[in-house]
Design a protein around this ligand. Structure first.
Ligand code: ADP
Ligand code: ZN
Ligand code: ZN
Length: 758
């Protein structure tokens, strides 16, 4: 089956004009995107009773589907159907009178559906807030406000001399002609309701409702005077804001990229247009949102996963109605309808979270390029460590690069040094040399970040008598030991269990925690530095958004002296008092099977380095490794990120990996290994049969982690220089794959431009 549920063979109904029989004439037929994992749109009739309505593309309809009803989106109208008219069902209802998705978004969604080979119904869903998927009205929630009626004045207070409470409330309303909300009244004037009710009855006050749309923030901070590099970038990008251009803003952390975003946004908004800012993860970049709010003086809508459904709908309505002029959002915000879109900014464009890794596997960064082309507007990709794809496009002169080399506020340069771990005494993953350094920086009253991309206490428990290990039953992986919770977690399938007190094989009670995770380091450090405040930041400690914010506040306030954390720490935050960053484990990434591992490691090292020494204190970065001579590390440290990227691009070329060649991965997971292999072999044979000489086909082979969540995983890889040829093959291949009997017994998916090959 494709991803989730099983496919029928009749399912591949692509928009077709095949049937010309008389019976099909004149009946208007709606093409509807229905949210199910089947390809193509579905044809529906319009019942007599609704014929007078207008069926604009982008309006939602309720339709019968199988034995249930579904909410779909009209894609278009036609006079023909592949199916006989008497086989077609009629829609139940038209939900919208005006399109919720405008034609430009429908166009983008259609493009994405065919590029990523994902069913249009599910693609269209991605663009809708969940309340709209459920068929709710496309309106922002209303908030109530109370104010005085026209003509009410201070004179009326005299009439209330015998009702002190009413008089008091009326006085307050007179002081606030703009009206007061429930929240304010509750907080400041408990028991206001009865008095208000009386005022309403006397006609002195009214209750109004207005949509809870974001309001313009008063501008509260001024722009610094921009330096030469910033001015040049702004001038170059600003030279032509009325056409499609792709810009790459490459600036070291702290070089003032955000100031460039702000200046460009101001211009675009002043010219009457909207700006869309994409960020990888909002909870990790609250500072960015705040800066836009403090500086832009226009209504800003923020779209992120921390909102409840109602808030999300309100923000979406604010954006798509044109009320909000600047929209900040994560991945899926790329699909927000924006009537006046004039500029797209993609911050931290190299970040992997722009790629959705399941279901509809799109890349929001890449779709930003497509959207900007379709809408004929500029797009700016920003990063301190641009992706190899983007640098490749600069080399091919598809992107225009603008470089900010200097930090805006400090001249200090962070020194990056390698710490050779070979034959060094090591305690819990920390070399003696690094510990001495930590000591040194703490004594100066500074903060230290230790970075390790592994959560938990230790990656496994092992029996000291017989070697038994805490394996996950459903994955080819060990279960991570979380000591504080006394639990084992599988970080691959999410399985959890209580941690054992004895060996599962021989019963021995001597279990060893092997290896080091952030929790263990935290424990070790609190023994080693008992008077120092230690803060751990990872998905376990910062699950709730406010927990993360609390921790960051503490850190900014300077109370925490050592921060231990995973890659969450490398993103977006400034830690002005941090003067030492230690990267604990690099060796794994140096020898990983993932073709992007080297790129990620280099980005991580540069990004964490950027967190240190941002204020007046110079920073120092120490990288622990057993391979200090590794060419990747040598190039990165001695020649910088650009040179590293150059040599990494050459390696990619030699290996035939993106961006030089395009990849498509057919993935399959099966309860029984043989079923997976059978499907994959048949799939491969089909692919071979098209004799597309420009496309190389590799596999099937087992995935690097063969078993995950109880399924055996195999993959087949398609590789080509020629994107057209690749897509041509895919378009023939996919419908045939669905028809394979063997496809019904496995879960499979197609990943166009996969982020990794796991
Ligand atoms: P980036 O986005 O590249 O990390 P920011 O725009 O956040 O950099 O700038 C880093 C810090 O320097 C911020 O505190 C910002 O206010 C400040 N800054 C940026 N540009 C200037 C400038 N031209 N003059 C003074 N301070 C600046
Ligand atoms: Zn597992
Ligand atoms: Zn044992």
């Amino acid at each position: 089956s494709f991803d989730k549920t099983s496919h029928g063979t009749e399912s591949f109904i692509m928009n077709s004009t095949a049937d010309h029989s008389d019976a099909n004439k004149k009946q208007p037929i709606l093409k509807v995107a229905v949210p199910i994992p089947l390809f193509g749109s579905f044809d529906y009739l319009i019942p007599e009773s609704l014929r007078h309505q207008r069926f604009t593309p982008g309006c939602r309809v309720e339709v019968p589907f199988g034995r249930r009803t579904a909410i779909g989106v009209i894609l278009g109208q036609t006079g023909h159907s592949d199916l006989a008219v008497n086989k077609l069902k009629a829609i139940n209802a038209l939900i919208d009178t005006e399109a919720v998705l405008d034609s430009r978004i429908l166009d983008l969604l259609g493009w994405a559906s065919s590029y990523y080979l994902h069913p249009i119904g599910e693609v269209v869903q991605t663009a809708l807030p969940s309340l709209l998927r459920q068929g709710k009205a496309a309106e922002a929630s209303a908030i109530k406000a109370w104010k005085t009626t026209d003509g009410t004045s201070a004179d009326d207070l005299e009439t209330l001399n015998r009702a002190a409470k009413q008089k008091h409330i009326l006085q307050i309303l007179l002081n606030h002609p703009e009206g007061l909300g429930e929240a304010y009244l509750n907080d400041n004037h408990p028991n206001w309701r009865n008095a208000m009710k009386a005022l309403l009855e006397k006609g002195l006050a009214v209750c109004t409702e207005r949509a809870s749309l974001p309001e313009a923030h008063p501008v509260s901070t001024q722009a610094p005077s921009l330096n030469e590099e910033q001015q040049q970038a702004i001038a170059a990008i600003g030279r032509d804001l009325n056409q499609h251009h792709i810009h790459l803003l490459h600036g070291v952390t702290g070089s003032g990229k955000t100031e460039v975003y702000l200046a460009l946004s101001e211009r675009v908004i002043a010219s009457g247009k909207q700006v869309l800012v994409l960020v990888p993860e909002i909870s990790l970049t609250p500072q960015l949102t705040e800066r836009f709010e403090q500086r832009m003086g226009c209504p800003i809508a923020v779209l992120h996963s921390g909102l409840n459904d109602q808030q999300r709908l309100s923000a979406w309505v604010a954006a798509s109605s044109g009320h909000a002029r600047l929209i900040i959002g994560t991945r899926s915000a790329i699909f927000t309808p924006l009537p006046d879109l004039g500029l797209i900014l993609v911050d931290e464009e190299h970040d992997g979270s722009y790629k959705q890794q399941e279901g509809f596997r799109y890349n929001a960064r890449d779709l930003a390029l497509v959207r900007s082309q379709k809408e004929n507007i500029p797009v700016v990709l920003g990063s301190a460590t641009p992706s190899l794809e983007s640098l490749h496009n600069v080399n091919r002169q598809r992107f225009q690069i603008h470089t900010l080399k200097k930090r805006a506020r400090t001249q200090s340069i962070t020194k990056i040094k390698l710490l050779d771990m070979c034959s060094q005494p090591i305690k819990e993953g920390l070399s003696a040399a690094l510990l001495d350094k930590v000591d040194e920086h703490l004594k100066l009253g500074n903060q230290v970040i230790l970075f390790l991309n592994r959560r938990g206490f230790s990656p496994l428990l092992m029996c000291h008598s017989c070697g038994w290990m805490t394996r996950c039953k459903r994955c080819d992986a060990n279960m991570t030991y979380h000591k504080h919770k006394q639990q084992l977690h599988c970080h691959h399938c999410g399985a959890e269990s209580r941690s054992p007190t004895s060996c599962g094989d021989c019963g021995s009670e001597e279990l060893l925690a092997i290896g080091t995770g952030t929790e263990r380091i935290e424990e070790f450090l609190s023994e080693r530095f008992p008077d120092t405040h230690i803060n751990r930041i990872d998905r376990n400690t910062a699950r709730r958004k406010d927990a993360l914010e609390d921790k960051l506040q503490q850190t900014h306030a300077g109370c925490a002296s050592i921060l231990v954390g995973t890659q969450m720490l490398a993103k977006g935050h400034d830690f002005p008092n941090v003067t030492l960053v230690g990267v604990l484990d690099t060796d794994q990434a140096l020898y990983s099977a993932d073709f992007r591992a080297a790129e990620h490691l280099a980005q991580l090292i540069i990004q964490v380095s950027g967190r240190a020494g941002r204020a007046e204190k110079p920073g120092e970065v120490l990288i622990q490794t057993h391979h200090p001579d590794h060419p990747l590390l040598q190039t990165l440290l001695h020649q910088g990120y650009e040179k590293f990227a150059e040599s990494a691009l050459i390696e990619r070329q030699q290996a035939g990996f993106p961006p030089h060649k395009h990849l498509v991965l057919l993935r399959c997971g099966a309860i029984h290994k043989d079923l997976g292999m059978l499907f994959m072999r048949e799939a491969r044979e089909l692919a071979n049969s098209y004799q597309a000489s420009e496309v190389e086909i590799f596999g099937p082979w087992p995935a690097p982690m063969e078993k995950r969540a109880g399924r055996f995983r195999t993959q087949t890889m398609l590789q080509s220089n020629d994107r057209k040829a690749l897509h041509q093959l895919l378009r023939q291949w996919l419908p045939r794959l669905q028809q394979l009997k063997s496809s019904k017994q496995v879960r499979w998916s197609i990943d166009v431009d996969p982020y990794d090959t796991f």
